[in-house]
Design a binder for this molecule. Structure first.
Ligand code: BG6
Length: 504
């Protein structure tokens, strides 16, 4: 079984969370099946979730047994690496209870409160909203009306998934709605990228190595590319995605969060507010877009049909529930500038696309070119160095340096050094394990604060405005890097558009 095991056996001081009532709204939904339940199974097996904890699924029209059968089938389908014999399943499922009812039914919250009372034991509760965002505010109010918000005898924490709003106005309205019920310190806004071990490792590389800091600025860095390319299409999510598009879905959230981690100053300590204060300063320094710059500073495109892994895939507009005239972008790129002493003039190019050639997420730091070519008799101009933080599929770092070619000349060639993060990728903990453990132990460092969310929406707002009424969009063939505008967007960047491939 993979997951926290590696960390536990590595003899680290992992905190077993205090017993808790883990309440999942949307317990029969996709997120629960694919991510939350597998993570909880692993955490319970490793003793990270206290054995006196309970998981209460809020469901509709389903018996407890039907829910259990569905979860077990989900484990087999989505997490086949988890060994689950009947004994283990009995032990795990004995912690699972249900509360039947609709999210807009006030009596359901009363029944939830009664169940928690009847079960006895801990008063701690984590309320996980694995439901569409339109329900977040209603759930918060329902919990308040049932007296489930105050932390008299135990903690009460609300966990919210992305998307958090669809623009600045809706995000601020949601913040206001939630903060009218919960204190900001009780709200955990998940960005699952921050839960990836490889992403946290980026902070360790930056702040636990003294060789990084002197180079980490405009004097040595030409530009930075932060990317997430995917081979998957939109699967069954057309209703959400067609109103979202890649800018909202990936750039405003995951990739801008990555940008803050790459660009922030060292925090005074590794605590939630110290880290989030530094991230916030980065967002405040991001240069705002004037409407006339948007065309030059952004790229958007949509996938047409093509072939991925030898399989024919259809065009975005041919996906179920997508209108044939849809101009929603499935690829987006934005060129940001951060106007502060460290980063003035350094482009940060964030891009993400669906149905691309490979699934890779990375941060590529491209250094300036060597000032001149000392070895000019035979050699070509040495390439600019690059440091790549590979976040997935296999985390690690890659450093591209120039070295002498074997032989009698001083010709040089690029040498690629690769250091994987973990010898066995299967051992790396899943983001949801890390994040749920953090909620249970009250560590908010990896969760977005309300001001970060609003600031990032305000930065992309002019782009959303510029794109909202378009009626047509450039196309790219699925399974390719065939987006010509990207070369233009990166034309003055050393090395141009960096299309990731395995370890180069
Ligand atoms: C989600 C987006 O937040 O992240 C999806 O809504 C996207 O569209 C997913 O596919 C990517 O996550 P990961 O962990 O697979 O890179």
């Amino acid at each position: 079984m993979r997951g926290f095991i590696r960390m536990v056996t590595a003899d680290q001081a992992i905190q077993t969370a205090d017993p808790s009532n883990i309440v999942i709204f949307g317990a029969a939904g996709d997120l629960s099946k694919r991510k939350l339940i597998p993570a909880l199974v692993r955490m319970m097996c490793c003793g990270l979730v206290h054995s006196d904890s309970r998981i209460l699924g809020v469901l509709r029209n389903r018996s407890r047994q039907e829910w259990l059968d569905q979860l077990r089938a989900g484990l087999q389908e989505f997490s086949p690496h988890i060994e689950m014999d009947d004994d283990k399943w009995q032990r795990f499922s004995s912690c699972l209870k249900i509360v039947d009812g609709d999210l807009d039914d006030e009596t359901m919250y009363q029944r939830l409160a009664e169940s928690l009372e009847t079960l006895g034991g801990t008063k701690n509760a984590m309320f996980y909203c694995a439901i569409p965002p339109a329900w977040y505010g209603k759930v918060a109010k329902g919990l308040r009306n049932a007296g489930l918000v105050h932390e008299d005898e135990g903690y009460r924490r609300l966990v919210i998934e992305k998307p958090f709003g669809s623009d600045l106005e809706t995000a601020s309205a949601l913040n206001t709605e939630l903060q009218a019920v919960f204190d900001e310190n009780q709200i955990y806004r998940i960005d699952h990228y921050l839960g990836k071990e490889s992403v946290q490792n980026l902070l360790v590389y930056r702040f636990a190595n003294s060789i990084m800091e002197p180079l980490w600025n405009r004097n040595y860095i030409d530009h930075i590319q932060i990317s997430a390319s995917e081979t998957l299409g939109i699967e069954y999510r057309a209703k959400y995605y067609d109103h979202s598009g890649a800018l909202r879905d990936m750039i405003q959230s995951h990739l801008m969060q990555m940008m803050t981690l790459v660009a922030m100053e060292p925090p005074v300590e590794f605590t939630a507010d110290a880290v989030r204060d530094e991230k916030m300063k980065v967002l405040r320094a991001v240069r705002r877009f004037e409407p006339e710059q948007i065309k030059k500073q952004t790229v958007s495109a949509q996938y047409a049909s093509g072939t991925i892994n030898n399989e024919q895939v259809s065009a975005y507009v041919a996906e179920e529930n997508v209108s044939p005239d849809s101009a929603t972008e499935t690829f987006a790129a934005v060129r940001f500038y951060i106007d502060n002493w460290r980063w003035q003039g350094v482009p940060f190019i964030l891009w993400s696309g669906k149905r691309m050639k490979s699934k890779v997420s990375e941060v590529m730091i491209r250094f300036r070119k060597p000032p001149f070519n000392l070895f000019d008799s035979h050699a070509s101009v040495p390439a600019a160095n690059a440091l790549v933080f590979r976040l997935q599929p296999e985390g690690g770092i890659v450093l591209r340096l120039n070295a002498k070619k074997p032989g009698l000349t001083t010709d040089n060639e690029e040498m690629v050094m690769h250091a994987p993060y973990a010898a066995d990728a299967e051992e790396v903990a899943d983001a949801y394990e890390i994040l749920m453990h953090d909620v249970l132990t009250g560590d908010r460092t990896l969760f977005s604060r309300s001001d970060e969310i609003e600031e990032s929406w305000s930065i992309v707002e002019p782009i959303l405005d510029a794109w909202k009424d378009r009626v047509s969009i450039e196309r790219y063939r699925a399974g390719t890097w065939d987006i010509p505008d990207m070369d233009e967007l990166t034309s003055d960047c050393v090395g141009g558009w960096h299309k990731p491939s395995i370890y180069d």
